[in-house]
Design a protein around this ligand. Structure first.
Ligand code: ADP
Ligand code: ZN
Ligand code: ZN
Length: 724
């Protein structure tokens, strides 16, 4: 529901606790629910007799402070999303459920004197007990959570047996924090900055006291992270906290280790793999100030901060900052809003700025800091376009590319092969009649997977057993067309049988361990070939990769999306950035049938900066974002006419006189059918954000009250990135 509800305070409640951000238990219909106070007032628009009395306050002090609450309210308003649901999707589960806003004391175990001096052979028939006891002895004391993680399973029964035998005893751990006001640094000392880094850091320091936005544009490997670390050190010196946002995929153990070994301070980490208790603990420790550094993905922008001093958004161009369903906010844009609200600086770092941020920097709204050289010994990689016209290919590999891979391996280097399509092949085709296996629920073909064998739709995630026969003519002459990473892996193994091949994509790295293991093998430095999707393009540092090969650059050149070329350029540069991060010069080879395409030429010859400026000019001519603003309204239903009529009805019914507003549609979405529903969309475009906002405010109530609303699923996406 897009509204809040009025209640009277509970009887005898502490008036000083009646504040926004305090949780309350309230009667709602015939249920009891947990609510959060968003504001207090002496008046209500509702008749006095109708206002219910809240049962009780759950907190004495707000769990969400005033500024964070106003961030939520602003974001809900701007992204046209119910504030209750916005809170619901981003608060830790225990907070939502009304559980105490306190960390659970984690009991720890230590060995008793008997346990320590035990002859271990007495436990030889109880290997699990022996393992747990040895772990506890080795670590002196361990929490249940740490034990669970170490043995990778349940330990409570085992602990009870050991305790019953008198071998271990429970102790309550005092709340340990690393925060030591005197010593900021851990094991790693700050690096001596080069001239470019030095001037970027000085510019950041000049503006560290108040709100400012810096766009730190630094080529991959130029030492942006080192600048973040040194800026964070300044903030820690002042006793303040730093919030660091990173894209989901780049929150690698490597990244984390770098922060941990630099600072002798507690770091709260937010990522999708946390348990509820871990998330609550990180959230509380950010809010009560026990954690000094907070690192997390998009939703970490809603973390309470006790002493905020700096916000960093790493890889600010990354699409994962924009939530693509439900509460469709941009973590990057909210970071800027929050920094202004808190009057603190925000740094947006990337090698490939989004056109939005670049435009702001060029217009002087952001400080524009540039690092054009790689830090340390590494030099820029060399780019080469490999024209495929008339070339003979072995499953997507030209002979010249195969030769290059061979020569890099011969020099004991590593090679990375990039293909942004997982699975074995994108199409399964009947050679007799031309039938293609397509998802029955989507306008899309099934992707063929071999490991394990199946057909899978990458849009609705539906799966089917691998077809043995054509569904039209029953022919068994079925062919896998096109390339996916599974097939490329197979090809590479056949071409280079003596070299280890590792595939990295969403399928091969379902569990974190696999990715971890692969990274470790790559870290060892031995020659190997990595095959992967864009998962490879982010965050990882592979110093021994000297050749990056892009198998197919043509997909992105002819995208229907106006951001298609921008995204292609960012992806190519990010992937290429994995090459030559060590001491040997790197090479980047891009296979294409369009080697004279002006955009590709601009990118490869002149680099991302000139390429992006050229795209920006085109956007200006076309009056496209960032030179205009957009909202996308989508409606889906089981027939084509329902969502079309729904959208048509509401735009017909809105009376407005905004001169700068254009409405495109209703029309079918580029993928009209998905997961069994027909999809229609409206694009709303205007010169000013405020026009869009005012128009949406008129439109939304009409959608909420449309007579057919129950048959239709609709959503509003402000500043949309995804137009599919
Ligand atoms: P980015 O974040 O721009 O990709 P990093 O900060 O990860 O760059 O730096 C790339 C590599 O260069 C890292 O191995 C880092 O330790 C090293 N490095 C960064 N700054 C310096 C410096 N001033 N002197 C020497 N090495 C540096
Ligand atoms: Zn057929
Ligand atoms: Zn599907």
């Amino acid at each position: 529901m897009r509204r809040t509800f009025d209640y009277r305070p509970p009887a005898n409640c502490a008036v000083e606790s009646l504040k926004p951000g305090v949780r309350v238990q309230v009667p709602f219909g015939n249920r009891r629910m947990i609510g959060i106070i968003t504001g207090c007032s002496n008046k209500s628009d509702f008749p006095a007799g109708k206002i219910k009395v809240a049962d009780k306050l759950i907190d004495h002090t707000p769990v969400i402070d005033e500024q964070l609450m106003s961030l939520y309210l602003w974001a809900a308003d701007y992204y046209q999303f119910p504030v209750g649901q916005a809170l619901q999707t981003s608060l830790p589960a225990q907070i939502r459920k009304g559980k105490p806003a306190q960390e659970k004391q984690m009991p720890s175990w230590q060995a008793s004197t008997t346990g320590e001096s035990l002859d271990q052979s007495t436990l030889k028939n109880a290997p699990r007990q022996l393992q747990v006891l040895s772990l506890i002895i080795a670590q002196k004391k361990m929490t249940v959570a740490a034990l669970k993680e170490s043995v990778n399973g349940e330990v409570s029964a085992c602990l009870k047996t050991l305790a019953d035998k008198g071998l271990i005893e429970e102790i309550s751990t005092p709340d340990s924090t690393k925060n030591n006001p005197d010593e900021i640094y851990g094991d790693d000392a700050p690096l001596q900055l080069n001239t470019q880094q030095q001037s970027a850091l000085s510019a950041i320091r000049e503006n560290i006291e108040h709100y400012s936005v810096s766009l730190l544009e630094g080529v991959t490997g130029s030492g942006k992270t080192e600048i973040y670390l040194q800026a964070i050190a300044d903030v820690l010196e002042k006793g303040l906290q730093a919030l660091v946002l990173v894209p989901e995929i780049s929150l690698t153990p490597q990244t984390l280790r770098r922060f941990e070994s630099r600072f002798n301070r507690e770091i709260a980490v937010f990522h999708s793999g946390l348990t509820g208790t871990q998330r609550l603990s990180a959230w509380l420790r950010a809010g009560n100030g026990k954690a000094d550094i907070i690192i997390g993905t998009r939703s970490a922008i809603f973390t309470p901060l006790a002493r905020p001093g700096l916000i960093i958004v790493d890889e600010e161009h990354d699409a994962s900052y924009k939530q693509q369903d439900g509460f469709r906010y941009s973590g990057r844009d909210l970071a800027i809003y929050r920094a202004r609200q808190l009057d603190i600086p925000v740094i947006l770092g990337t090698a490939t700025p989004s056109l939005e941020s670049l435009n702001n920097a060029l217009a002087g709204r952001f400080h524009y800091l540039q690092l054009t050289e790689r830090a340390g010994e590494a030099s820029h990689p060399e780019y080469r376009l490999l024209d495929l016209k008339g070339q003979e290919l072995t499953d997507g590999f030209s002979n010249s590319l195969i030769d290059m891979i061979r020569s890099h391996l011969k020099s004991k280097n590593q090679v990375l092969i990039f293909l942004n399509r997982r699975g074995f092949a994108p199409i399964l085709l009947c050679r007799d009649c031309g039938w293609i296996a397509t998802c029955t629920r989507c306008d899309s073909s099934y992707t063929l997977h071999r490991k394990p064998p199946r057909l899978s739709c990458h849009h609705c995630e539906s799966q089917k057993p691998l077809a043995q026969k054509c569904a039209e003519c029953s022919s068994t002459d079925l062919a896998a067309m096109g390339l996916g990473t599974e097939k490329t892996e197979q090809t590479v193994r056949a071409l280079f049988p003596d070299t280890p091949v590792h595939r990295i994509d969403r399928d091969s790295t379902r569990n974190r361990e696999t990715l971890h293991d692969i990274i470790e093998k790559v870290d060892s430095g031995d020659p190997c070939i990595l095959v992967g999707t864009q998962m490879l393009s982010k965050g990882h540092h592979f110093p021994n990769v000297t050749l990056v090969a892009v198998l197919d650059a043509d997909g992105g050149l002819f995208s229907a999306d106006f951001r298609g070329q921008e995204q292609m350029g960012q992806l190519l540069i990010q992937v290429a950035g994995r090459a030559g991060r060590g001491e040997t010069q790197g090479e980047v080879v891009i296979q294409t049938y369009n080697s004279t395409h002006p955009t590709l030429q601009a990118l490869v010859r002149h680099g991302y900066g000139p390429f992006a400026r050229k795209l920006l000019e085109e956007r200006q001519l076309g009056k496209l974002p960032p030179f205009s603003y957009m909202a996308l309204i989508r409606a889906e239903a089981s027939t084509q006419s329902l969502p079309f009529n729904f959208l048509q009805d509401v735009i017909n019914a809105v009376q407005h006189n905004f001169s700068d507003l254009s409405i495109i549609g209703p029309m079918p979405s580029p993928m009209e059918k998905r997961a069994g529903l027909f999809r229609m969309q409206l694009i709303i475009e205007a010169d000013k954000r405020s026009t869009i906002q005012k128009y949406l405010t008129l439109l939304i109530p009409l959608m909420e009250n449309h007579p057919e609303k129950r048959k239709i699923r609709w959503s509003v996406d402000v500043d949309p990135l995804d137009f599919t």
